[in-house]
Design a protein around this ligand. Sequence first.
Ligand SMILES: Cc1cc2nc3c(=O)[nH]c(=O)nc-3n(C[C@H](O)[C@H](O)[C@H](O)COP(=O)(O)OP(=O)(O)OC[C@H]3O[C@@H](n4cnc5c(N)ncnc54)[C@H](O)[C@@H]3O)c2cc1C
Length: 450
Amino acid sequence: MKTSRPKEITIAGAGLVGSLLGVMLGQQGYQVHIIERRSDSRREEVDSGRSINLALSERGMHALRMAGLMKSVESLLIPMRGRMLHSVDGQTEFLPYGQRPHEVIYSVSREKLNSLLLTAAEEASDVEVTFNQLVANIDFDAKQLVAVDGPSGQSKTHDFEMLIGADGAGSRVRRALIEKTDGSSRSDFLDHDYKELEIPAVVGTHAMEPEALHIWPRGGYMLIALPNLDGSFTVTLFLPKTGEPSFESLVEPSKVREFFRQQFPDALALMPELRSDFRDNPAGRLGTVYCSPWHCSDCGLILGDASHAIVPFHGQGMNAGFEDCSELLRLLEKNDHDWAATLPEFEQTRKPNADAIAEMAIENYTTMRSSVTDEKFQLKRELGFELERRFPDLFVPRYSMVMFHRVPYAEAQRQGTVQQQILADLVDGKSELDQVDFEHAAQLVRERLN
Ligand SMILES: Cc1cc2nc3c(=O)[nH]c(=O)nc-3n(C[C@H](O)[C@H](O)[C@H](O)COP(=O)(O)OP(=O)(O)OC[C@H]3O[C@@H](n4cnc5c(N)ncnc54)[C@H](O)[C@@H]3O)c2cc1C
């Protein structure tokens, strides 16, 4: 049987996904060249324009374990054991994410994690990272790309055997690949944007509970905060672009302050720099990328945000991109490193999962900003945990499947839909867990989830 195993792999983008993939392919004996548009964040401050910290969970950690990096990453992590809900009057309520000690997610600095991955890539044999080079034009027929040097503006043509686009949501590789294959691509933007703010450390320590993801759910919008190792929190405001209140309507510093005073008074008390942070930090867009195909014959592939950027409300964009890396490596191994066989199989297995997490991530915005405060939601959540305790082989709550397991996203979504129907039936007309008929529950779970 003829197999196609390229010797050299070119990766566009040394973000989270491109640098992890570089490490993993280098470990498999490939010669890897990563071309990155930005300068090296380890040597000079780079304006990332993206979130400062991220939630890392099981899928991402599995890929990091495969690359032998999890031990080093551990020192960067802060566990977040659940959601800390803040009501308007400043009361807080803690809702654990899971019910076993290891069922937590972790806050990690994007910049520190990216630096660690870049260093690991450079330490792997035969991996080279070139910074300040924008991949501008790609010709898949000629297997050549043109990279433009940032400081000088000079262009250089590179030959490639296999080009992998890990160049993020605005991917140029995607554009070229879609053009070459006559495929299709679209980005759907929400009518909400986000803005990052800060709760600084108080004498080197966290001003709120550090081991939680803090949420101020306010129905149509929300504020969240994730802890950083230096004692600060990165705070993100998600708000409509237009209307009242919105990023369009909140321009005057006095209006911004008044809005925070009314809606997030306990957070405001901890945000001395709100005025300048709000003025200086740009509002970012929130979108989902849908495209097809993800590969062309045996010389091109896109992964991570380049093929499936999603909104951040399930904390899964990076995790899904890392899972792309572990899945690609698994399939390469299975197919004896035959890339022509692996690329279509990768796309066929990953695309339905990417579509599923994209949809669940959009849904989770409503959960976070509104449903979490609903009594029925909380009762269903408790009942979900109880069913998991009673039927651990049959019932794992959807949130847990996504965050603490590696059940394919599409399967988590399918089971989640059935679970929602079961939970809704069981809590109908009830306000307490002990009113639920567990004989009936057992019957429903066995009938519908078996
Ligand atoms: C507000 C917010 C919060 C988020 N929170 C989470 C979270 O909690 N958990 C989670 O898992 N995910 C989260 N995400 C998603 C996560 O940030 C992305 O999924 C992740 O960064 C994707 O990694 P990537 O390497 O595919 O793309 P990117 O991180 O975008 O990296 C792409 C890289 O390619 C480079 N590049 C781009 N174009 C070119 C070019 N033409 N030539 C050369 N280089 C190029 C860029 O400079 C960059 O370094 C969040 C996203 C946002 C916006």
